[in-house]
Structure formats: C-alpha cells, structure tokens
Design a binder for this molecule. Sequence first.
Ligand code: 1HE
Length: 263
Amino acid sequence: MQGLAMTLPASLAAERDGAVAILKLARPLKRNALDDETILGIETFFTALPDGIGAVVLHGEGEHFSAGLDLGELKERDVTQGIAHSGLWHRVFDKIQFGKVPVVAVLHGAVVGGGLELAACAHVRVAEHSTYYALPEGSRGIFVGGGGSVRLPRLIGVARMADMMLTGRTYSAEEGQAMGLTTYLVDVGKGLRKGLELAARIAENAPLTNFAVMHALPRIAEMDPAGGLAMEALMSSIAQADGEAKARLKAFLEKRGPKATRS
Ligand code: 1HE
C-alpha cells in the first residue's frame, strides 16, 4: 500500500494498491456521518485521482459503513441553504457515478440515509453479512437529498423505497443481495479483500470498456429502445476500433487471451 498525494479531511483516508485507489470513511466515532467537510473531501479524492488508477474501493472504518447525513449540521439550515446543500451532494455523487473509473463499495453495519445514497453511486457493491439498510429520513421529518430518489428506485424499485421511508423498514444484507442492491455477499471481515480483488480485476479492463459501462450503459438503459440501440452501435464500434480492443482480440485468437470460464 502507498499513500496518495492529495489533501483530505481527517474524516477520510486514501491509499493506493497498484492500480486501485482506496477511499476510507474514517470517522468511526460519529459512525462515518457525512458532514460538509467529508462530502467536499470525497469530491477532492475523485477529482485528484492520479493517472494509472483504474478502479476505486470505497469502504468505512469501525462498526458501520455510514450513518448518513451529519444530523448535527442539519438544524442550522433554512430552505435556500437546504437546496444548495442537496445540490452539493448531487454534484459530488455524480462525480462518483460518472467519474473517471469504476467504484466498488464495500458495505458493512449500518448503510443508512445518505450512506445508502453514497453506496448507490458505486458501480459494484459488496456487502458483509452484518450490513443493513435503512432510510430513517421519514422518522427525522426530512427527505433524501443525495440523489437517493433518483438512484435507489432504479436499484430496488419505488415501492420498496417508499416502504423504507414510510414505515422505517430495514433490509438485511441477505435481503439486499436478493433484491439486487448488492451483487456480492461475503462473511464479516472479508468485504475489503473481496472489494480489492474485484477492483484489481476491473482495473485490468480496457479503459474504453470501463468508460462505456460507466457512462454509456446507464444512459442507454434510460433511453427509448431505438435511440438506445443506435447509441449502443456507436459505443460498440468506438470500443472495437481502439487499439486496446484489437490487441486483446488478437491475443485471444492466438490462444493467449483469457477464456470466459465458470467462476
Ligand atoms: C451521528 C449520526 C448522524 C451517529 N449524524 N451524528 N441518519 C440517521 O438518522 C442515522 C442516525 N444514526 C443512528 O441511527 C445510529 O447512530 C447508528 C445505527 C448508525 C449507529 O448506532 P450506534 O449505537 O453504533 O452509535 P450511536 O451511539 O448512535 O452514535 C455514536 C455517535 O455518533 C453519537 O455521537 P456522540 O458524540 O454522542 O458519541 C451519535 O450522535 C453520532 N452519530 N449517527 C450525526 N447521522 C443528503 S440527505 C441525507 C439524509 C440522511 O442521511 S437522513 C439519515 C440520517
């Protein structure tokens, strides 16, 4: 592991393992609650990612991934400031979802409120069995503000999200896995290792493939079918024309490339 040359607040820690950058929410005494300084630090991290980084792992220190919005900061805001604050989260979280490289989120313990909104920005999610999901905004008299109403229904559906907010229902790690919120479920203490393994694999992909999965795929999925197919044809021909694709196809045809085997 090496350090990363960037200035982050004490609530975050960053390091590098080869082509993988690791961002840790490091405010365990406050259950990794997300204050403005931390949100701006996340923006700094994703903006300052150096060349040579091909994927990011995001995880949390302590017993919980994140308790969401720092409620201590909330009580001071009026309506106008609230809109600006939500806009700040939207800007920063867009930088995660539509940034330079794919992000693997490793979840454990509470993944609640804004913590779940943050996890929803990642491209791959790994949960340890200790993970649980909640949207306590309902009981606090507020609403999601970090893109949750846009991203979460696409992952779990409007009905489940409404239920979580209206009734305080929580979902377990196993339920989250079954409903597609995560695509990997691992034993307690094994999440980071799994996340690093996945991120290292992602970092080996051709950069244009990762770009297409991050930027083209979710937009195509939202388009009308005819527009989507046209966009897919364009993206696919751009990727194919790249030297990286040609080299990889040649390697396979010369029996040097990896096969698609059962994992
Ligand atoms: C906090 C926060 C927080 C803990 N903001 N300080 N999120 C919530 O409504 C969830 C609120 N938190 C909890 O329900 C619990 O803290 C947990 C289930 C996550 C963890 O419980 P536990 O027993 O391990 O910890 P704790 O004793 O509750 O908290 C430890 C400390 O962290 C304590 O501070 P201390 O100074 O008394 O030690 C807590 O006050 C502090 N803490 N969570 C501030 N969230 C952009 S819109 C997004 C909208 C939302 O995210 S709303 C959901 C907010």
